[in-house]
Design a protein around this ligand. Structure first.
Ligand code: FE2
Ligand code: FE2
Length: 375
């Protein structure tokens, strides 16, 4: 006889078949687990993935909710913006048009496709959707400011540091697509490297080098709508970084053959390359300081973010090449800029409040879940 039990998560209750639920739970793996069309999202094994998913959902935003009237006025008036500041904006739009595409494509066709537990696929699917929203926000900026996207791309691609910065990531990205044999250690390492490269180096370190000058402009009262969209984007990126970190750690935990000392060194060198290409990009972006913002400080900010990512994995920080470890945020205000709430929006807009979706309750541990069940 089928024995049912009540499973509760996020305020929702499910009646699950005990035997089937336990079987589904035990067959869940980050990779190489059960990958069937049967219902097996619940019970959750990777609770954190569902929590991040709900959090991402609660942060939902739409570019057209943010007005750009002031931005348009400022963009066309030399009293508000200098050419150097306009250049930052053009390069910012150009870079993110390309980078959001690289991240979205890898998250969808490499990371999501090779995961097997459904709650992980759900969370990474949302990550991909947020990259689409970021792309949509860039289209909205291009259209509002009447920027020629081909000119922006050309400007962006003419900078050797940008080419190097993108190649640092893409040259390491494996040709991992569907149906690759992920039982082989070498392939598992390539998969781990993709997660690390996309979420910890690109989103977690390199993006911040360019977010910062744009947020700085917003703090100075310049390009407020654009700044607001970048703040929403950064908040999303914080979730992508955390999702990637947890995914990476769960993958390593289930597959102890991945993290050999040599492979760990390879990943740390990957991060070093990512930092160095970002530092040369900052030199090209900002050859001289603009008011209140020096290139050296942005470089320190990049190194600080890289060290945060490494330490969050339980790894050692990297020195700045002169024996110094950058552990403090040179721009403490940037943390506040990311952790905004939707209702902090200072524009008079019709803002939908999605925050109520995030009241996810504590989920049960495995022991609590299958207490007294024998299969
Ligand atoms: Fe993004
Ligand atoms: Fe992202």
């Amino acid at each position: 006889m089928t024995e049912l039990f009540e499973y509760e998560v996020g305020g929702r209750k499910f009646l699950l078949d005990k035997g089937k639920a336990k079987e589904a739970f035990e067959a869940k793996r980050v990779i190489c687990g059960r990958n069937s069309p049967e219902f097996n999202v619940m019970p959750l094994k990777y609770n954190w993935a569902y929590e991040i998913y709900r959090d991402m959902e609660a942060n939902h935003w739409l570019p057209q909710e943010v007005p750009m009237y002031d931005d348009i006025r400022q963009w066309n008036d030399d009293r508000f913006l200098s050419d150097r500041e306009r250049n930052i904006i053009r390069v910012g739009i150009g870079y993110f048009c390309s980078a959001e595409g690289i991240v979205g494509d890898c998250a969808q066709t490499i990371i999501r496709e090779n995961l097997t537990a459904p709650e992980l696929k759900l969370a990474v699917g949302r990550h991909v959707q947020e990259e689409n929203i970021h792309t949509e926000s860039l289209l909205y900026m291009i259209s509002s400011l009447r920027i020629n996207p081909h000119e922006v791309s050309a400007l962006f691609l003419s900078m050797p540091s940008v080419i190097k910065k993108n190649q640092t990531i893409t040259k390491h990205l494996p040709k991992l697509r569907r149906e690759l044999d992920l039982t082989q250690t070498e392939n598992k390492q390539l998969f781990a490297k993709t997660i690390f490269g996309i979420t910890q180096i690109m989103e977690g370190t390199q993006f911040f080098g360019l977010f910062l000058p744009i947020l700085h402009l917003q703090r100075e009262g310049k390009m407020p709508g654009m700044g607001q969209m970048f703040r929403y984007t950064m908040r999303d990126e914080s979730n992508h970084i955390e999702l990637g970190r947890k995914l990476f750690l769960a993958l390593l935990e289930e597959n102890p053959d991945i993290l050999t000392p040599t492979f760990k060194q390879e990943l740390i060198q990957f991060m070093r390359d990512g930092i160095e290409s970002e530092v040369s990009f900052v030199d090209d972006l900002l050859p001289q300081p603009i008011a209140g913002l020096s290139p050296d400080e942005i470089k320190r900010f990049v190194r600080y973010n890289a060290n945060r990512r490494l330490m969050a994995l339980g790894w050692e920080p990297i020195d700045d090449g002169k024996g110094k470890f950058i552990m403090d945020n040179p721009f403490p205000w940037s943390a506040e800029a990311i952790y905004l709430k939707k209702n902090e929006n200072f524009f008079e807009t019709t803002v939908t409040e999605y925050g109520k979706l995030s009241n996810l309750q504590e989920v049960k541990s495995e022991e609590e879940l299958f207490e007294g069940i024998e299969v």
